[in-house]
Design a protein around this ligand. Structure first.
Ligand SMILES: [Zn+2]
Length: 262
């Protein structure tokens, strides 16, 4: 069936799931990000980042687009590099963290302890690697991040160890896009689709009873960052000009770093 061409329409309800998957991928995890001149606290939930090449093109005036480079899995050239230029891609590693800082959104809702992606480029990756070597592990470690100026990475340029967090207590308050993890886990036990969504987003660990173990886990990077098909990439990148390709040179002073409210 994998060879079968994806059609423009779908009979029955199968397409509903596919569309749900597509939307879920569009609105994936929020990313840890800091405005210039601020400090935030974060707790690592893992310390083995998933690393790969990525593109960050500007689409419709907006840099909030991240695209896994398909060059490594494409035999006949990847659409991303073909359209955006191979130079626009950069090496990135993702961690799963809990953002401990409080944030009030435009609707007045308070956000805190949200599980987010921490995107680290080469220099930051090297720093985190050294910090891991120092401590043995980063899991459960609470760091204070400082972003000094515009030139510093938007995840902060200084990360100072504060203390070991209590991951059991953290489980009670940690949430994903406004929903507590404990609620998401209970819902997944009752509902097949909720379980599917949960597994697509997190590396859920199930107990012998088939229920998720009550603990915080990493994001399911392989599912979240699976490269799009060339067809989907061409659709997404239609009309993007080479000077809007984003990439290493543009980061961190422009683009996504400046307009994400989280
Ligand atoms: Zn590419």
């Amino acid at each position: 069936m994998a060879e079968q061409k994806q059609s423009w329409a779908s009979e029955g309800f199968e397409g509903t799931k596919r569309e749900e998957d597509r939307i879920a991928q569009m609105y994936g995890p929020n990313r840890f990000w800091m405005p210039v001149g601020t400090q935030k606290e974060l707790i690592f939930l893992d310390d083995e980042p998933l690393c790969f090449h990525e593109h960050n093109p500007k689409i419709n005036g907006d840099f909030k687009n991240w695209l896994t480079c398909a060059q490594a899995v494409s035999d006949d050239g990847a659409a991303c590099c073909e359209i955006l230029g191979a130079k626009s891609r950069y090496w990135i590693g993702y961690f799963t963290v809990v953002d401990c800082s409080k944030y009030v959104d435009k609707k007045g809702n308070t956000h805190q302890y949200e599980i987010k992606l921490l995107p680290a480029k080469l220099k930051s990756l090297k720093k985190f690697q050294m910090k891991k070597k120092d401590r043995g592990s980063l899991v459960g470690c609470l760091y204070k991040a400082t972003r000094a100026d515009e030139k510093s990475p938007n995840i902060g340029d200084e990360h100072e160890f504060q203390k070991e967090a209590d991951l059991v207590k953290l489980y009670e308050v940690a949430n994903y896009r406004g929903k507590k993890m404990s609620e998401l886990y209970s819902k997944a036990v009752e509902n097949e689709d909720a379980m599917r969504n949960l597994k697509r987003t997190f590396k859920v660990q199930l107990g012998t009873d088939g229920k998720p173990l009550p603990k915080l886990v990493s994001f399911n990077y392989m599912s979240l960052f699976e490269p799009k098909s060339s067809k989907d990439m061409r659709m997404m990148l239609a009309g993007v000009k080479p000077d809007e390709a984003g990439g290493e040179a543009d980061e961190p002073k422009t683009g996504a770093s400046e307009d994400i409210p989280f």
